[in-house]
Each structure stands twice: as structure tokens, then as C-alpha cells.
Design a protein around this ligand. Structure first.
Ligand SMILES: NC(=O)c1ccc[n+]([C@@H]2O[C@H](COP(=O)([O-])OP(=O)(O)OC[C@H]3O[C@@H](n4cnc5c(N)ncnc54)[C@H](OP(=O)(O)O)[C@@H]3O)[C@@H](O)[C@H]2O)c1
Length: 326
């Protein structure tokens, strides 16, 4: 039985901060080290979160023998390099979504996990959200009949873009940043679609600022959307032959949902521990403790399927990144 899981965090941006707050809520988790491209940023993150070690390069943290698990919280384009580097150095890795820029990169990361026999998971936290899991269970036992329609989006009107969001070098655009969530929902409920239709509008940089998708299945459809330029209610609706379920806003980090069946609406609430990153952290601990190199809840194949669908959408809208062939 492992007594303490020593985490090292790569990056000091917004998600790294939120994640660090939740790490403190998980039993046996310790933030051993943080790394930034800039020593002073690492130091101020370490001061804020009471972290023992602050590194001015990502490589230095990866080489620290006291770090067991590396959390990759940098822009998407660095996910592949840093994950492989850490796995090769004998670390377990939790890597932010999207797992990589494309499926080919993701394959190389999974190979590094297999070759080095170290745990590797995409940080797809919605998979471990208690409300989402209750909804998935209800759907799987047929509570709303056969799922016929899924409607989900992740859309905000962003006035203050972070530099990475529209930068093609960083894998910018709404699809990779936000669109992965509605695609995830359709995938979890209906599987991989038979056909995909997609259209997008673009920023001058070439990054997509809004993308709409239709997933076609033999007996169902999903209508999905991501946007940097117009806000939505951020509710997701799952409509079945016997009823429907609304995941309440913000649905990908839901705290509650309702079911409408036989003209009757019932509300359910499952508040998260912390912001909700606690569950994926606990999943890492569980799997590592059992000697697993992948989660059976969000497996390597699940990540490959998800990024594979994103690749398909990108092909439809003509979104190409400079590092796609790396
Ligand atoms: N799970 C979620 O809910 C969620 C939410 C938001 C984002 N994310 C994912 O997490 C990753 C980071 O997103 P974020 O919103 O935290 O980004 P962010 O606020 O821009 O922070 C990214 C951090 O990465 C480091 N970095 C390294 N190379 C960089 C570069 N070329 N440009 C900018 N920053 C660079 C920087 O830290 P240092 O320079 O200090 O190293 C920066 O603070 C993305 O892949 C994103 O998709 C996940």
C-alpha cells in the first residue's frame, strides 16, 4: 500500500492552480514540486500552494527522483513531449486534455506508457464527475429508453483570450479547448459515429473560433458545438425514447441533473468534492496502487477514440496545426 503519492506539476497556469487546490483535498496526495519555464513563477506558485520544490525548467522536475506522478498542465502542443519525457524517466503521468494535438501523437504517448510500464491517463475529469456517472448509469440501465438525441455544447463569449487560445503553435481553437467535451458526451452515450458533419468559423490566426458538429448514428443523432465567441446555457440534454435528462450548467462539471419522464420532472444533486478534479486524482492513485498502466474508466483506447474523432472533425473543417506531423 502506497503511503504518499508525490505529485509534480508542470505549468503554473489557471488549470494548474485549480488542480493544486483539489490535490490538497485528496488523501495521501502531496504536491512535492512545481515547474515553470520561469523560476520566479514556479517560486510564487510554490509559495501559494505550500509546495516544497520549485523548478525553473520542466526537465528538472521530471528528473527529480522524489516525484512519483507528473501532472502535465501546459498548452496542448507540449503534452506529447512532456508526457513521453516523464514516462521515459519512470514517472506516472496525468496529462491535461486534449491528450495531444492528434491521434498519432497520442499513440506515441501510449507506447511510452506501455514500454516503461508506467501509468498514463488523459485528465478527462468529466468521466469521473459523480453527476455524470449517475446519468451514465441511468442511461445504461435504460431509464430513458433508447438514446435518440444528444445536444451538448461548450460555448463562451471570450473577451480576454489567453495567448495560447488562438495560437496555432499551441494547438489553439475552440474545438481542442472546449469541443472535446461535447464530443466526449456523444461518445460516452452513443459511441463513435457512423458519419460526422462539421463547419467552423476561424480567427485570422487560423484557429477555429466556433465549430458546429452533427454526429450521425444508425438510430440517433448528436448536435454539438464549441465556441469562443458566443455564450450558451452550457446545459447538455440526452433524449431517449422514454424520457430525457438535462445535465445542469456547467454540464461538464455538473453538480446536478434532472430527469423528465411521464410528464414528471425530478431533480438530483451530487455536489463535487472541491472543484471536481479530486476524482481523477483518486483514480490515478487507485490505478497506480494496483499496478495498472491505464484506467479502466478512461482507458488509453477511450483517449485514442476521442482524439480520433477530433481528427475527423478537423479534417472536415480544414484545421491543420504546424506540429501535426511531429
Ligand atoms: N480540465 C480542465 O477543465 C481544463 C481547463 C482549462 C485548461 N485545460 C487544459 O490545460 C492545459 C493548460 O490550460 P490553461 O488554461 O491552464 O492554460 P494557461 O492558463 O495559459 O497556462 C498554461 C501554462 O503552461 C505553461 N506554458 C508552457 N508553454 C507555454 C506556451 N507556449 N504558452 C503559454 N503557456 C505555456 C505556462 O506556465 P509556465 O510558463 O509557468 O510554465 C502557463 O502558465 C491545456 O491543454 C488546456 O486544454 C483543462
Amino acid at each position: 500500500m502506497i503511503e504518499v503519492y508525490n505529485w509534480g506539476i508542470l505549468g503554473t497556469g489557471s488549470i494548474a492552480n485549480q488542480f493544486a487546490n483539489d490535490l490538497k483535498l485528496v488523501e495521501k496526495a502531496k504536491i512535492k514540486a512545481v515547474a515553470s519555464k520561469t523560476q520566479s513563477r514556479a517560486k510564487s506558485f510554490a509559495d501559494q500552494h505550500q509546495v516544497e520544490k520549485a523548478y525553473g525548467t520542466y526537465e528538472a522536475l521530471i528528473e527529480d527522483p522524489e516525484v512519483d506522478i507528473v501532472y502535465v498542465a501546459t498548452p496542448h502542443d507540449a503534452h506529447q513531449y512532456l508526457s513521453i519525457k516523464a514516462l521515459t524517466q519512470g514517472k506516472h503521468v496525468l496529462c491535461e486534455k486534449p491528450i495531444a494535438l492528434n491521434r498519432l501523437q497520442a499513440l506515441s504517448m501510449i507506447k511510452a506508457s506501455q514500454d516503461n510500464k508506467k501509468f498514463f491517463m488523459e485528465a478527462f475529469w468529466t468521466r469521473f464527475n459523480p453527476t455524470f456517472n449517475e446519468v451514465l448509469h441511468k442511461v445504461n440501465i435504460g431509464f430513458i429508453g433508447e438514446v435518440k438525441y444528444v445536444n451538448a455544447d461548450f460555448a463562451m463569449n471570450i473577451s480576454n483570450y489567453k495567448s495560447r487560445m488562438l495560437n496555432m503553435e499551441n494547438g489553439g481553437g475552440s474545438l481542442l479547448d472546449m469541443g472535446v467535451y461535447p464530443v466526449f458526451l456523444a461518445y460516452m452515450l452513443l459511441g463513435k459515429p457512423k458519419d460526422i458533419l462539421a463547419k467552423a468559423n476561424f480567427a485570422d490566426s487560423g484557429a477555429d473560433i466556433q465549430t458546429s458538429m452533427v454526429f450521425q448514428y444508425d438510430n440517433a443523432q448528436a448536435v454539438l458545438h464549441s465556441s469562443f465567441v458566443a455564450a450558451s446555457n452550457m446545459t447538455a440534454t440526452i433524449s431517449g425514447s422514454l424520457g430525457r435528462i438535462n445535465l445542469h450548467p456547467v454540464w461538464h462539471e455538473a453538480q446536478s441533473y434532472d430527469i423528465i419522464k411521464n410528464n414528471n420532472r425530478v431533480n438530483y444533486a451530487f455536489p463535487t468534492k472541491g472543484k471536481g478534479f479530486t476524482y481523477e486524482i483518486e483514480e490515478c492513485h487507485r490505478c497506480i496502487n494496483l499496478g495498472m498502466i491505464e484506467s479502466d474508466q478512461w482507458s488509453h483506447q477511450n483517449s485514442l477514440d476521442l482524439i480520433g474523432m477530433i481528427d475527423q472533425i478537423r479534417a472536415k473543417i480544414g484545421l491543420v496545426y504546424p506540429d501535426d506531423d511531429q
